[in-house]
Design a protein around this ligand. Structure first.
Ligand SMILES: *Cc1c(COP(=O)(O)O)cnc(C)c1O
Length: 544
C-alpha cells in the first residue's frame, strides 16, 4: 500500500453544528458566584467559556445518533426501540465480533412482519445478562434506566430491603476499587459501609519526564487489600464486590483485564457476587487494547465480551463513553450468583421470590414500565446507536489523546500535582501537591481553586476531594481513601485544541498565583448527603 507519511495524524471527524460562547466579564461572573452562594453546580452554564464540570450527558452526538432519534417510537408498551436497545446490549456486551445489529431493520424501515417477528419482536434469549421475550417476563434481569444513579438506587433499595429482612439491623460492607459519589451515597443510605481498595501511593507516582511507556492501570483494585477486608469483616457481611471501570473516583484511571479477572475470582471464592459499575466500559476496553499484552489485535467489542463474562451483574450510567445524553442500565446474569444470593427458594429449590421481579416492581413504581424505564423513545434510539458508535477505536483514541494532551500541557508548564497518565475522561490535579501541602483538610482549597477558575477565566471543573468526598465526616480509615483532587472532565467530541490550550494557559497562571486562591467555608448544608450538590460556601483569605 502506498503511503505519504506526515508527523501529524489525519483528523478522524469534523463538526457542522456550532454554538457561540458569549463574552462575560469577571464582574458578571462574580455577581453570579455570590448569588449562587459559591456552589459551582448552581452557576449558570450559559455564562461559562469552557464547562468541564462533568462528561456526563454532555457528549456531542454523531449524525448517525441524531438520525436515529427520528426513528424513536413513543408507544407506551414495547416500543420498537425497546427491542433494538435490548439487542444492542447483547451485541456490545456479549456478542463480541459476532453482532446482529438489529437496529438496521428499523433503519431500513423493514415491512416484512415475519422477519420483524423472527429477528426482533419475538426472539427468546436467556442465560446471559439480557433475557428476551418470555424469559425476560418470567425472570427479568435487564432494566432500562434514565441514568446510572437510578440503576444504583433501585439496586441498593432492593438489596437493603432483602438483607434487612434477613438480618435486621446488621451493617454490611461493600468494597470497590473506587465507589463513585452517588454509589457511595446510595450505599450509605441503605445503612451500609462503602470501602475503597486501591493503591494511593501508586496513584501519585510519576516517572521522570511524566511519560509512561505503557499505561500502568492505576485504577486497579488492590486485590490483597480486598481479600484482607473480606477476611476482616467476614464474607457473610459483604453482599457485593464492586469494580468501577474506568475508576472515576481514582482519577479516571483504567483497570486491567487481569485485575478484573482476579477481583472476580476472589469475590467468587467467598460466594460474593462480582458487580461492575461500567459507565466507561468502552474507554476501559480501549486502554486494555493499547496497553495489555494479548489484546492489541482484538476489537473493543471482543474485549468487552470477555470483560463482562467475569461479572454477575452491572449498573451503568449510559451518559458517558459517548453513548448518548441520557440513559442507564441495571442487569444481572440469568440464574447467576447475584440471582441466587438475593432470590428466595423453598426446600426443593423452587423460586419463592425472584429478585428480578422485585427489581422490576421497583423500576415500574419509580420510572415507568420496563419498555422505556424513564426514557423517551427518541432517547432510546439515540442510545442504541451510540452503543455501537463508542466501540470505534478511532473515536476512543481521539478522546483519550485529548485528555493526555491536556495533562501534559499542565505538566510541561510546571503545574504541580497533575495525575499522570491522564484518565480516560478527564484530567485530575492533586490539590495537596498543588498547594505544596500548605492547606489543611478543613480549608476546602480545592473548592477555592475551582471557584477561582470560574471567577477569573470562566472555566468550570469539579472538586472531587475533601469537600465533595466529605473528608471531615469520615472515619480515619475512610479518610485514607479520599483523593483530594479536582477533575477537568473532557466532554466527548465537543472540545477543540483551542479550548484545551485556553485551559492550560489559565491553570498555569492560576498555579503561579496559588497563594491568593481563597479557602472556603461551608455556611449551609455541611452534613447533607452529597452536600456538594446543595451546600452554600463562602471564600475567606488563606493564611500560608
Ligand atoms: C456518572 C457515574 C455514575 C452515575 O451515573 P449518572 O448517569 O450520572 O446518574 C455512577 N458511576 C460512575 C462511575 C459514574 O461515572
Amino acid at each position: 500500500m502506498k503511503n505519504y507519511p506526515l508527523n501529524v495524524e489525519a483528523p478522524k471527524s469534523f463538526s457542522y453544528v456550532k454554538r457561540n460562547i458569549p463574552n462575560v466579564t469577571v464582574e458578571q461572573r462574580e455577581r453570579a458566584l455570590k448569588s449562587t452562594h459559591y456552589n459551582e453546580f448552581a452557576f449558570p452554564a450559559g455564562m461559562l467559556t469552557v464547562d468541564m464540570l462533568s462528561d456526563s450527558g454532555t457528549t456531542a452526538m454523531t449524525d448517525v445518533q441524531w438520525s436515529a432519534m427520528f426513528l424513536g417510537d413513543e408507544s407506551y408498551g414495547r416500543n420498537k426501540g425497546y427491542y433494538v436497545l435490548m439487542d444492542a446490549f447483547r451485541d456490545v456486551f456479549e456478542r463480541g465480533d459476532d453482532q446482529k445489529r438489529a437496529i438496521n431493520l428499523v433503519r431500513t424501515d423493514c415491512q416484512d412482519i415475519d422477519k420483524m417477528m423472527d429477528e426482533l419482536y419475538l426472539c427468546e434469549y436467556e442465560g446471559g445478562l439480557f433475557n428476551g421475550g418470555a424469559a425476560q417476563m418470567e425472570r427479568p434481569n435487564t432494566f432500562i434506566m434514565p441514568q446510572g444513579r437510578a440503576a444504583e438506587s433501585v439496586l441498593f433499595a432492593m438489596v437493603s430491603k432483602i438483607l434487612g429482612e434477613r438480618h435486621p439491623g446488621k451493617n454490611f460492607t461493600i468494597p470497590s476499587n473506587g465507589h463513585f459519589d452517588t454509589t457511595e451515597g446510595n450505599i450509605k443510605q441503605m445503612g451500609s459501609t462503602p470501602r475503597n481498595c486501591f493503591d494511593k501511593q501508586l496513584l501519585w507516582e510519576v516517572p521522570e519526564g511524566g511519560v509512561y511507556e505503557k499505561n500502568p492501570f492505576k485504577g486497579n483494585m488492590d486485590t490483597a487489600k480486598l481479600e484482607a477486608l473480606i477476611e476482616e469483616v467476614g464474607p457473610e457481611n459483604v453482599p457485593l464486590v464492586y469494580t468501577t471501570i474506568t475508576n472515576n473516583t481514582v482519577c479516571g484511571q483504567p483497570v486491567s483485564m487481569a485485575n478484573i479477572r482476579e477481583s472476580s475470582r476472589i469475590a467468587h471464592k467467598y460466594g460474593i457476587p462480582f458487580m461492575l459499575d461500567a459507565a466507561r466500559w468502552a474507554e476501559n476496553c480501549y486502554f486494555i487494547k493499547v496497553n495489555e499484552a494479548g489484546y492489541e489485535d482484538k476489537s473493543i467489542f471482543a474485549i468487552a465480551k470477555e470483560l463482562f463474562s467475569y461479572c454477575d451483574g452491572f449498573t451503568a450510567s449510559l451518559k458517558k463513553d459517548g453513548h448518548a445524553n441520557m440513559g442507564g442500565i441495571l442487569a444481572f446474569r440469568d440464574k447467576g450468583l447475584f440471582w441466587k444470593n438475593f432470590s428466595d427458594f423453598d426446600a426443593e429449590g423452587n423460586v419463592v421470590t425472584d429478585v428480578g421481579i422485585l427489581l422490576k416492581v421497583k423500576q415500574i413504581s419509580s420510572y415507568g414500565n420496563d419498555s422505556y424505564g424513564g426514557m423517551s423513545g427518541r432517547d432510546i434510539m439515540a442510545l442504541a446507536a451510540g452503543l455501537y458508535e463508542c466501540g470505534r477505536v478511532e473515536y476512543l483514541k481521539e478522546r483519550v489523546d485529548q485528555c493526555e494532551y491536556l495533562a501534559q500541557g499542565f505538566y510541561k508548564n510546571g503545574v504541580k500535582g497533575v495525575v499522570l497518565p491522564a484518565g480516560g475522561h478527564g484530567v485530575y490535579i492533586n490539590m495537596d501537591e498543588f498547594f505544596d501541602g500548605k492547606r489543611g483538610h478543613d480549608s476546602f482549597a480545592g473548592a477555592g481553586f475551582s471557584l477561582e477558575l470560574i471567577r477569573r477565566y470562566g472555566i468550570r471543573v469539579s472538586e472531587l476531594g475533601d469537600f465533595s468526598m466529605e473528608y471531615d465526616l469520615k472515619t480515619s480509615e475512610q479518610q485514607k481513601e479520599v483523593c483530594n483532587v479536582v477533575r477537568f472532565a473532557v466532554n466527548r467530541s465537543q472540545l477543540s485544541r483551542e479550548h484545551l490550550d485556553y485551559v492550560i494557559a489559565a491553570v498555569t497562571e492560576l498555579y503561579k498565583d496559588r497563594q491568593s486562591i481563597p479557602n472556603m467555608r461551608i455556611t449551609l448544608g455541611h452534613k447533607l448527603p452529597m452536600r456538594h450538590f446543595h451546600a452554600f460556601l463562602e471564600p475567606y483569605e488563606a493564611e500560608e
